[in-house]
Structures are given as C-alpha cells and as structure tokens.
Write a protein that binds this ligand. Structure first.
Ligand SMILES: *Cc1c(COP(=O)(O)O)cnc(C)c1O
Length: 427
C-alpha cells in the first residue's frame, strides 16, 4: 500500500475502522480525553469500564459487607482466573496457570525451582541462557539465580531489530544448560521468537524453557501446551488491561509441577493451608507456586481484562494487531522516513508483536514533546527508540493516522527542540 498524502491516510483509516470487527471494543474503555491519542497500551493498558465498576462493587460489597467471609470465594480466584487466562490467551489447559505476585518474583521462583532440580539431577547442568536484549528484570534475576547455584548466565547476542539469532542460540545450548529463558515478544523491538522451535531445540539439549510472555499475552497467539513449553511468566497490566501493579501469572507444565519446589514455601502453597501445621507440605500442581495472600482487587482486575479479550477472541485481536502495525509501518515509510525515522521492528508481521519501535537520534526529546505538546502518548526506550503500541482492543486506525500527522507537524516545526520539550517525564 502506498499512501500519497495525509488525506489519503485518513481516508484509508476511516475505511479500515468502518470494516473493523473489533471497533465496538474501543468504547468498552474509559476515555476521559478524546483528543489524547494513547499508543502506550503495551506499557499500561487502558482501564476497561467493566473493571472500574466491578472493583467499586468488590470494595463496597465483598469487602465492605462480606468482610472476612468473602475469602470463601476469594480463595479460589487466582487459580480460576489463571485457568480462564490459560484457555483464552495462552493455549494452556486448566490447572497450569496461577495468578500471583509480580513477573520478577515469578521468574525468580520458577528459575530457582528449575535450576535446583537440574543440579540435583546432573551437577554439571547449571547454566541459564538468555539474550542480551531481554528485559532488564529478566537478566538481573537470571544472573542472580545462576550465581546462587555456582552456575553461569550465558548471554546470547541479539539483533536489535530481529531478536536473538536462532543459530547462535542453539550453539549456546549444550549439555550444561538447565534453562533457556527468553521473551516471546521483545519489549523494545517487538520481535517475536519462534516458541515452537526454541522449545524443540531446548528439549533436544535436555534443558527446560522459561518464557516471559509480558508483551505477548493478549497481543499474539500463544500455544504453551501445543508447542511443548515448560514454564512461563507474564504481566497483566499491559495488553491484559488489569491496571498498575496488578498481579502477574505463571505457567508450569502439568507433568512438571510436582517435580519442582518453589523457593518460597508460603502458606498459600500449603496442601492444607488452614491446618496451620508445623511443617510445609506443598500443594500438588501449579498451586505450589503461590506464596502469600494475593491482592483480590488485582486478581479481579485481571479477570475482567481476560474476559474482555476472551469475548473479542485472540484470533481477531491478533489480526487487528497485525493490521494496525502494518498500517503504522506504511505511514512511517511514507511520511516519517524523510524526517529521519527508521522502522526498528520486524517488517514481517508474523515475526512481530503488537507494537512498533522507531529509531531516531532525537527519539527522547521527540517522545517528550509528543506527550507534553501534541497529545500523543508513546514511550521512549534507550538509546534511541520511540515505541508506539496501538493496543488492538482500544485503538482505532484513525488514532494511528492522526498520531502520525501530529509527529510530522511536531518534528517539521522543531517543537521537540523548544526548551519546554525537555520538561516531560518518562516512566
Ligand atoms: C513489563 C515486563 C516485566 C515487568 O516485570 P514486573 O515484575 O511486573 O515489574 C518483566 N518482563 C518483561 C519482558 C516485561 O515486558
């Protein structure tokens, strides 16, 4: 598709919106400022209207009136929502997904458990493998876990646009490797790893896989069971729209869970929690990776986010994500390339998630000026990336076209060079 002008782009966007089967979902989110273009749903998803209502109801009725009696039904919610999340978005059969803690803590629990088991089985197997462009918390936690076992975190170089090179990855996974841990969709470039191929490669080497699904869940098709994944973690405040600090989730393949021990033997993971016994005896299954009391407001928000995505259907969400990012990339080529922007996300739609990274030497001041002056919220990622995440459920094609117009207007006028441009903040 070649788009000759600004008007042509707006007309194309209008046609795409008119035939968008998910268009009605945009109105299921709270929008206070219709002029604001929000392209950061991959960092903090918008607030679903249903979530605002259900949380208010929970606070007033379940907490306010029900008080401690509400634990009767609250107690099962992390596993129930985990099952719904697994079925709708992760390709996971029931009993393998639990909503709990943060990604960081879940990654620590699963990496510790996997390495502990590997070393017990074969003392020579104490290496963890990841890539140098993986999310910081992943690299930090994996390095600490490897050190705890006197092992090593082997870091494979990653292409800044296309992610870890499959051949270099395979070369790094030898008989000393216990766990291969990658992001399914890379947080900066949006590159998507081939989950099935990595699972097969790791299995052949006798290693387990531990996936971070934070940028993948709710944006791309995931089939943990079908591709033979072993372990996974992910967050819920991005495409799952569960809100700031909402609990994360973890997946443990069914036949693996009883052979793994969590490093945090909390009472929520105990086989008979209210026996309050003298020693810890873990639950069977994924429940043994619970720790302490879960946030019911948070788990409930995850439930609403998952229900919304399940109603839309992940196939449709993925199709719209591909179409939105393709439209965005076409507009960048046509209108932003002359201003020095370069697409830093795979152009092959089957190899990317639902956000697009643009490289530009002035990305940081441009991003700050877009937020501060132009009403376009994306985010900056070091060293020179402007990330634009048109979350499929809450974004119209017209938002993308209008955002590009505003970028062109800002950069052509040098708005990002004005002194006030640097006053913006970056979370
Ligand atoms: C967002 C994100 C996280 C966040 O971890 P928290 O512990 O929830 O702060 C971790 N990993 C990846 C890949 C992410 O994108």
């Amino acid at each position: 598709m070649t788009i000759g002008s600004e008007d042509r782009a707006l007309a194309t966007a209008a046609a795409l919106d008119a035939s968008d089967p998910l268009a009605r979902f945009v109105d299921r989110f709270v929008v206070d400022d219709p002029e604001l273009i929000y392209l950061d749903g991959n960092s903090l998803g918008r607030l679903p209207r249903a979530t605002a209502e259900r949380l208010a109801e929970l606070v007033r009725t379940e907490w306010g009136s029900g008080l401690v009696r509400s634990w009767e039904h609250w107690i099962d919610l992390p596993a129930e929502v985990g099952d719904r999340l697994g079925a709708a978005l992760l390709g996971a059969a029931p009993g393998q997904v639990l909503v709990a803690d943060s990604v960081t803590v879940n990654l620590y629990k699963l990496a510790m458990a996997a390495l502990d088991r590997a070393v017990a089985t074969d003392p020579a197997r104490r290496v963890l493998v990841t890539d140098d462009d993986n999310f910081p918390t992943d690299r930090y936690v994996l390095a600490a876990v490897a050190a705890r076992f006197g092992g090593e975190l082997r870091i494979v170089p990653s292409d800044p646009v296309h992610g870890p090179d499959p051949e270099r990855l395979a070369a790094a996974v030898g008989p000393d490797v216990a766990v291969v841990s990658l992001s399914h969709v890379a947080y900066r470039s949006g590159a998507m790893a081939d989950m099935a191929a990595v699972n097969e490669m790791a299995r052949a080497a006798g290693a387990l896989t531990l996936w971070d699904l934070s940028h993948a869940a709710g944006s791309v098709m995931i089939d943990l069971d079908g591709t033979g994944a072993d372990l996974a973690v992910g967050c819920t405040y991005k495409y799952l729209n569960a809100g700031p600090g909402a609990p994360a989730y973890l997946y443990v393949r069914r036949d693996l869970s009883d052979r793994l021990a969590s490093p945090i033997p909390g009472w929520f993971a105990a086989a008979d929690q209210f026996a309050m016994g003298p020693t810890f005896d873990p639950l069977g299954g994924v429940g043994r990776f619970a720790a302490g009391t879960p946030s019911m407001l948070g788990v409930t928000a995850v439930d609403e986010g998952v229900r919304l995505l399940a109603e839309a259907g992940i196939e449709s969400v993925r199709a719209k994500g591909v179409a939105l990012t393709s439209f965005l990339i076409d507009l960048v080529d046509d209108r932003l390339a002359p201003l020095g922007f370069e697409v830093a996300t795979p152009r092959d739609a089957t190899r990317r998630g639902a956000h697009v990274s643009l490289a530009h030497p002035e990305a940081q001041p441009i991003c700050e000026a877009l937020i501060g002056q132009a009403g376009v919220v994306g985010d900056f990622r070091a060293p020179d990336r402007l990330r634009l995440g048109p979350a499929p459920l809450s974004t119209r094609y017209a938002h993308v076209a209008e955002a590009i117009d505003r970028v062109v207007a800002l950069v052509e006028a040098g708005g990002h060079l004005a002194p006030e441009a640097s006053a913006g903040s970056d979370h």
